[in-house]
Design a protein around this ligand. Sequence first.
Ligand SMILES: Nc1ncnc2c1ncn2[C@@H]1O[C@H](COP(=O)(O)OP(=O)(O)OP(=O)(O)O)[C@@H](O)[C@H]1O
Length: 801
Amino acid sequence: MGASDRHVSVGQEWQHCQRQFVQRRTVSVTMATKRGQTALDRADAPPAKTPRRLGSKAPPAASGSKPADSADPANVQMEVFVRVRPLNARELATGSKTILRVETKTALVFDPTEDSEPFFFRGTAQKTRDLNKRVNKNMLFEFNRVFDETSTNEEVFEQTMKKVVKPVLEGYNSSVFAYGATGAGKTYTMLGTSDNPGIAYRTIVELLSQVEQLDGWRVTLGASYLEVHNENVKDLIHPASGKLQLREEGGHVLVSGLRVETIRSADQLFSLLAKGNTNRTQHATETNAESSRSHAVFQVHVRMEHVMNQVRLSKLSMIDLAGSERGSVTGYEGEHFKEGSNINKSLLALGNCINALAGGQKHVPYRDSNLTRILKDSLGGNCRTMMIANISPASSALETTYKTLNYATRARSIKSQLSQNLRTGTKSVAQYQQIINELQKKLSQAESQARGVDLTGLQEWEQKIAEVMEEKKILHQRILKLQSEERLTAWRLKHKISMVDAAVDEVISNRYKRGIEQLTLRLETFQNQIVQSKPVLLSVYEREAALVKEIESVPNLAPYLRHILDKYRYMVENVEHSMCEEHMQKINQLQAKQVEKHSNVVNTLVSLSSDFYRLLQASGHMTGKFESEYQTAIRDVDGLKAVSFAEDEYRSITENNKLLRLSLGVVHDKPDVTDEAMQAYQDTIPLKDLPTNRNKPIPLRSLPSLRQPKAPPKSSDKENGFMAKTLPSAGRVLGSRNTPIRNRDGLKAVRSKMQTERVHPYQNTTTRTRSGQAAPARQATPCNPVRMNKIVAARMPSAAR
Ligand SMILES: Nc1ncnc2c1ncn2[C@@H]1O[C@H](COP(=O)(O)OP(=O)(O)OP(=O)(O)O)[C@@H](O)[C@H]1O
């Protein structure tokens, strides 16, 4: 074709296109008006002569919501992609026509108006249409992306799942699900073939390659694969587990008994996917030789731990839904018909959930099917979700394709509230030591490179920091020790109380009661001692905060001093960590002993009652009541033995966890400071003073002072009353013995009293020398741990020493 010919044909094409769009516009507007649909012109419509997009059912960009790939992923809309598969051999053989035309990368026309031959009546060309012919729907649908018949799995992956891998490694959950009629290409898109792998395979490759590039993170991957077939949930990797039950915990739906395999290599991950696929329920139908008859959910669980103590948890779910269908199309009978109606039932439930979510309804009927229960998190929950709607272009699939397009359009309105799944993890002693060594190395390097910088006074500053931090460390140790004792006592008390009812006679019952009294007293003593140590603790925090401020006022030394401070903070944390571990071991040992005792008792009772059961049966004395109670008890005992895998990471802190954990947040925990007072304390802290050099939530102890920084007294101030033997409570500082700080006013009063009188919180008199003068400013003295130990011991309640 010559250049001029080409111009002619392009020009003709253009005119033809314009004609078509004008026609389409008329038809679409009529249809939309007739059916009251929302096929409206877009606000950003192009100028009048340019063809306009009509029939589009895409929702307007919801205010306040963002595209899923925006920098801030909170409040994102579901992304919906449409993939059109080529006509298959059967469709071609039966002469099926194409009812789709992909207009642009984001729009397609469904059932476009055909360029028909002129319609003649009695030899005259008619302006009206042939009434014997069907009116084309001619509707334009818009999505985030439309992939035409020529698209490859690689292209689909590049435009869809590739961009969710990074957020997954940042701690965001993501899901993709393939939706469409049977034989529309869902499995082809998700799994593909060996020479043309699907997006699940490609996502895993991308995930593993990005994990390899991560620096400073320890990544653990796990995988699970399940199917929902006829409303039964089955582990595809461990099919022997049988039917799995769903249960709800903290708003999340968990699959009891679903095993998450830890992944050690890419090969292992792929072989799990392959193994699961072979176990999936599949059989030939009239429309698809290898039709997947179940909904399959493949999940990759990611756990990332950073050396700086952050833990990220996320889940990547890839869901291949079973195809929606009409019984007459698939040609099913009997069991297969039942299977088909179950698929339709669950997809109907999914449709209802999508409608409810898209319409912003409060009640979303997730409970209507197991599929929707499992997908609860992926639909409008804390998850970035993508839907790939697969459609056939064949005229024989007109109805199902239309349904899918409507379904997909509705799904575009669904919004999710994303949040990063972060936690502060616990480090091992070795990890702490590594951080401390690294900081020391950095510090030495910085010092040796500091040419021309005046480092005078650095040593004195280090001594000052070491002294405050040493005091903090010893204080923390003592409070944690008290707390550990308190928790262990609480645990023993809880068990003693539960045993009173089981006491067989009064003597034993009385013995338990005496034990309870003693433990209660002990518990109260520990609690009081912890409460009493609070002002001492606050005072050290305030001194530390003052030190942080002081450091910033020495610009030439500040960068070095920050490193030094960090090093000491980690040293303190290291000690705390060891104590917490020790405590956990103690509690675990106690619990293990208890469990052992219980299981011994249970085993003895089971064997006894079995004997008794057999005896009753043999003697013909069995009653219906005993029979049913015995069976229930045996089932319960079996239940006790069953192991279930749950997403522990997302669970709330249970009562037992509280006993397991030690926390230095005594200010939060104790009854003499309410949450309100705590809030007041935090509210008054100027934000700009918050340390920014740490990549984790700032603990209370590193918050800056509420008061003006004040030089803490020297140890030589002992004779001035500084080393008061008993610690006065904050109330005592105010003059009224043991007045608890119950609210914001109480806290303010203590603070202002301290400020005006310049009272040290663990002093009962103003800091003055014997001669009545104010104590001299503190000199930096070398930190002596033995001396510090004595100082802290004197300040602590006697029992904790
Ligand atoms: N984009 C495509 N290019 C080439 N062939 C395709 C494409 N999509 C699907 N096919 C072919 O169409 C047939 C049906 O596809 P597939 O099994 O993926 O459908 P499905 O939607 O998963 O069906 P079902 O719900 O019944 O499992 C397969 O033979 C597949 O190879």
